[in-house]
Design a binder for this molecule. Structure first.
Ligand SMILES: NC(=O)c1ccc[n+]([C@@H]2O[C@H](COP(=O)([O-])OP(=O)(O)OC[C@H]3O[C@@H](n4cnc5c(N)ncnc54)[C@H](O)[C@@H]3O)[C@@H](O)[C@H]2O)c1
Length: 266
């Protein structure tokens, strides 16, 4: 895993999975561009990277706004001249409600971040990768892009859309030496899953978390670093033959969905 002389751009880099990916890229020697609407959070992660002797800049941007997206790409090119790896990751969870109770404004905001944000990232980064005739992109989908999760239908639809973009765009850009894949995390120990479990069981998020964990063969939430490991692999030359694919990092959740457990977990 060697990213020396490579430039990695990460959205949603102030927290959770994006933060872990950005710190990891820096640890492997990449110059990192950290993008988040939480500008001070992104700046703090960039500061931590620089303190450890790495190179990083942060850019405050809302991924739903085309001017902001054009600006974060320009900032990366102005600072480092290229973009080798792009983790198109920023996302929100929306509400936990059945569709007939789902608020239209929450739906619009969720689709705007999770789908339009991914679209704008691809649209603005890819022209530079085409010029370079190389690049590796990982879109953050979810196991909600592989299966239905009742009471989160807009989130599920948005993550199926991310996988759709991954498959279609991979075919458009393969001829330029650009690979596009998706990572599909199961529940990960970040702010987002705690928001979901609190919405599932207000006042008893811990109980909801235990029920989630009960459906995961490994019996626990993944860590942000475990998702980042997959992102780094897919962006590395070790994955040179992989494009248009999606990879679950979910402790076995999707492999056993709906299965009746007849053997104990040990
Ligand atoms: N945590 C999980 O259980 C889980 C599971 C599957 C998929 N995911 C996906 O992983 C990705 C990262 O989520 P996380 O768990 O790290 O959550 P998080 O809330 O910890 O981090 C998300 C980051 O994205 C940023 N962000 C949100 N909207 C933005 C916008 N419009 N413009 C710029 N930045 C924005 C936030 O400020 C935050 O720093 C998301 O796409 C999420 O859907 C998370």
């Amino acid at each position: 895993m060697d990213f020396k002389s490579k430039v990695a751009l990460v959205t949603g880099a102030a927290n959770g999975i994006g933060r872990a990916t950005a710190l990891g890229f820096a640890g492997y020697g990449a110059k990192v561009v950290l993008v988040d609407r939480d500008g001070s959070g992104a700046a703090a992660v960039a500061g931590a990277i620089k303190q450890q002797g790495g190179e990083a800049i942060s850019v405050q941007a809302d991924v739903t706004k085309s001017a902001d997206v054009a600006n974060y790409v320009k900032a990366a090119i102005d600072a480092y001249g290229r973009i080798d790896c792009f983790h198109n990751n920023a996302g929100v969870e929306g509400s936990v409600k059945p569709i007939h109770e789902y608020d239209e404004e929450v739906y619009d905001q969720l689709m705007s971040v999770n789908v339009k944000g991914v679209f704008l990232g691809l649209k603005n980064v890819i022209p530079f990768m085409i010029k370079q005739r190389s690049g590796a992109i990982v879109n953050t989908a979810s196991i909600a892009g592989l299966m239905g999760s009742p009471n989160m239908s807009p989130y599920v639809a948005s993550k199926h859309a991310v996988i759709g973009f991954t498959k279609a765009v991979s075919g458009e850009v393969a001829g330029y030496g650009i690979r596009v894949n998706a990572v599909c995390p199961g529940p990960v120990d970040t702010r987002m899953i705690h928001s979901v479990t609190e919405q599932v069981s207000p006042g008893d998020a811990a109980g909801a978390a235990e029920r989630y964990k009960g459906a995961i063969p490994l019996g626990r939430f993944s860590t942000a670093d475990e998702i980042a490991n997959m992102v780094h692999f897919l962006c590395s030359d070790l994955a040179s033959g992989i494009t248009g694919a999606q990879f679950a990092v979910d402790g076995g959740r999707t492999a056993t969905a709906g299965a009746v457990t007849v053997v104990g977990k040990g």
